[in-house]
Structures are given as structure tokens and as C-alpha cells.
Ligand binder design. Structure first.
Ligand code: FES
Length: 177
């Protein structure tokens, strides 16, 4: 679903503010089961399969992209506040960058289809550190009660000089109650 936005509208506040994670066309559509952070061809050039953003809890609208290899650097912010954004088989996904088991970076994880009797039910990520898997849409783990945090995603249309452009917008999921 796309939304037409007014570029001058006020953003929402604090840790649950939406932020723009770039234009849709800049993300490769991952169709393989290689490492998410692997470079893939997109619009005639190679780009990482996923992008990482540090999203401050006190004001998410100040989110900043960080290079995948620099996720641990001091100026990359708290790794617990990093979100990983990617497109898998036509759908955008945003989840915590850290594995909820033991904090391994999931940009090293591998995507896969969750199937039952040949029918695709959902999609998952396998963390290579201890090979636990997580549903990338619900966050559910194949072991215990560990859950990967899933973020909200919207595709918005922004008016640009060259015509409307689709952007990916992300925010922390709201806690209800
Ligand atoms: S750190 Fe990811 S499965 Fe253990």
C-alpha cells in the first residue's frame, strides 16, 4: 500500500517517529538465500542486500544509516537500537539488526521461505551464529520464547521534480497497553 505524503508535514515525535530509509528503487529485491548483507545487482550497480540504521530511542526522526561493516563502531550508536531494512521477494522487511539470542548481527543471516508441504507460509532469517531461525514478519523463533523485534514499514509516494517517487518509511512498533 502506498501513501501520498506532504513533504512539509510535521513528523511524529520521540522514539516511535517514522523515518525515511531511502527510495524503494535503491533496494535490491532479494530472491536468493545468500547472506543478507551480500552485494547484489540493483539498477545496474552492486548494493548491499540490506541497509542498517541507528535509530535513537529519544528521537527516531534522527535515524542515520551506518555501513554494515561499521555496525560495532562507537559512532554507530547502541547496537540494540539498530534496524535492518531489506526487500525479500517483493516485500519490505524491517527487523532489529541484533539477533535476540546472543546479539549476533543479522546482516550475516540468510533468508529462506517457511514452507509446509510445499506451500510457502512465510519467510525467515537464519542466524549463522547458532543457526536459530526467526520469522521475518512476526519475529517468532524456532526455539523457545526468543522473539526478533519487527518494525513497521510503509511505502509512501513523495512528489519529486521528476514525478512521484516511492520511499520506504520505518518506525518502531508501538507497544499497546
Ligand atoms: S546469536 Fe543468533 S542464534 Fe545465537
Amino acid at each position: 500500500m502506498s501513501f501520498l505524503i506532504n513533504a512539509f508535514s510535521q513528523p511524529s515525535r520521540a522514539g516511535n517517529a517514522w523515518f525515511c530509509a531511502g527510495v524503494v528503487a535503491s533496494y535490491p529485491d532479494i530472491e536468493d538465500d545468500a547472506r543478507l548483507g551480500e552485494q547484489r545487482l540493483c539498477q545496474g550497480k552492486y548494493s548491499p542486500g540490506c541497509r542498517i540504521f541507528h535509530v535513537p530511542r529519544e528521537d527516531s526522526s534522527k535515524a542515520a544509516e551506518i555501513a554494515i561493516d561499521e555496525w560495532k563502531d562507537a559512532d554507530a550508536g547502541n547496537a540494540k537500537d539498530q534496524v535492518m531494512v531489506f526487500k525479500y521477494k517483493g516485500k519490505f522487511v524491517a527487523v532489529n539488526h541484533e539477533c535476540p539470542h546472543s546479539s549476533y548481527p543479522l546482516s550475516n543471516g540468510m533468508p529462506f521461505d517457511i514452507e509446509d508441504f510445499g506451500i510457502t507460509l512465510s519467510s525467515g532469517i537464519t542466524c549463522p551464529k547458532h543457526e536459530w531461525s526467526f520469522d521475518m514478519h512476526t519475529g517468532m523463533s524456532d526455539r523457545g520464547s526468543y522473539k526478533l523485534q519487527v518494525w513497521e514499514v510503509q511505502i509512501r509516494l513523495r512528489a519529486a521534480e521528476s514525478g512521484a517517487e516511492e520511499e520506504v518509511w520505518i518506525r518502531r512498533k508501538q507497544r499497546i497497553g
